[in-house]
Design a protein around this ligand. Structure first.
Ligand code: FAD
Length: 325
């Protein structure tokens, strides 16, 4: 499949990229590693007039320690993340998640920024124009129907990123640069939970950096996918637990990917863990609560009941691993 025609822009600074994007935000897209974007363009899922290549901007790929914890530049590749000794020693769950993305080629080309900002997916949307041509345009493509559910109210495309749950579990923040300056926000606020427009980035804004606070507690990432060699998660889970000196849990984060229009946090299950001890009884109670409250969305491939089952299995496995460690 060939790419459609487009104007190609090579900015030299992030500010130039933000201005170019703001000048025509509807017709322009940012290109990082291209592993998600170029496939969508070849399938004519999107046909931008202008492509702004972030890779021509120097010094956007880095992993360094700063006052605010670890700083990761948006253009750092997933392969570089997985090779980083600092990350392996301090945030091993992030190493695991980076190694779980697609196949080796996606990790070598794909960036952390592109991974967080990747589009939501749906079997009826991520297809060639020919395949999609037999159906009416869906919500995500600008139409007024969702092909996943019969009574359409909203878009049922799913967020399937591997890195977001782990980075949220680690309580990461992001820095964003736009035409009017820079702002920082908790990573979880990047996601709108609206399948049609899944990111909260404003006109001309570019993700610049990810900030991970000093390591504390333990984090695990588990992913269930159809093919081990190359696949988005059907469901994946990041679990983070902090314990006090007496062994009681002081804080927990439970975040799933693949079950909703953005990463989904099991807030009530997290609260249930605080001040308790991680034992068989707690594992049973917390897993039941988490699968009840995340209420997986009906997606184009698997039923909510199936996703709930997988989510429960992953969480129980993760909690058991934490209990034994
Ligand atoms: C066959 C296949 C399997 C895959 N498997 C997985 C998987 O298992 N897990 C997974 O998480 N992903 C998977 N992906 C998706 C993709 O490869 C990865 O998410 C990758 O990390 C995307 O990064 P990229 O740099 O290539 O992004 P790009 O393709 O360049 O960009 C993706 C999107 O992010 C936007 N963007 C990029 N950088 C920025 C920025 N700095 N600021 C604002 N917006 C930005 C782009 O405009 C675009 O909309 C898969 C893709 C394919 C084709």
């Amino acid at each position: 499949m060939r790419l459609p025609r487009f104007e190609y822009i090579e900015p030299r600074t992030l500010k130039e990229a933000a201005n170019a994007l703001a000048a025509d935000s509807k017709g322009s897209v940012l290109l990082a590693g291209g592993t998600d974007l170029l496939v969508s363009m070849k399938q004519r899922v999107i046909q931008p007039k202008r492509v702004i290549n972030l890779k021509t901007i120097p010094r956007l790929a880095y992993i360094s320690n700063g006052k605010e914890g670890l700083r990761i530049g948006a253009l750092t590749t997933l392969h570089d993340l997985s090779l980083s000794r600092t990350i392996r020693e301090q945030y091993p769950a992030l190493t695991e998640a980076a190694k779980e993305v697609g196949a080796y080629a996606h990790q070598v080309m794909g960036t952390i920024g592109g991974n967080l900002c990747q589009g939501n997916r749906c079997r009826f949307y991520n297809q060639s124009a020919f395949w999609r041509g037999v159906r009416r345009l869906c919500f995500k493509a600008g139409g007024e129907i969702c092909h996943v559910v019969r009574k359409p109210k909203e878009c049922h495309s799913t967020y399937c990123g591997d890195l977001a749950p782990v980075l949220m579990a680690l309580d990461s923040r992001i820095k964003i640069l736009g035409p009017h300056g820079e702002r920082a926000l908790p990573l979880k606020r990047l996601f709108t939970r609206d399948g049609k427009r899944p990111l909260s980035l404003k006109k001309g804004e570019v993700l610049k950096e990810i900030l991970i606070p000093e390591p504390s507690g333990k984090t695990l990432y588990l992913k269930w996918r159809l093919r081990g060699s190359l696949e988005f998660p059907v469901v994946s889970l990041a679990l983070h637990i902090e314990k006090g000196t007496n062994g009681a849990i002081e804080g927990a984060r439970i975040i799933f990917s693949g079950v909703g229009p953005g990463p989904v946090e099991a807030l009530e299950a997290e609260k249930m863990m605080v001040n308790g001890l991680l034992d068989e009884e707690m594992i049973e109670k917390v897993s039941d609560q988490a699968v009840r409250e995340i209420s997986p969305m009906r997606t184009s491939i698997h039923s909510p009941a199936f996703k709930r089952k997988i989510a429960g299995i992953l969480l129980r496995q993760a909690l058991e691993q934490m209990m034994k460690s």
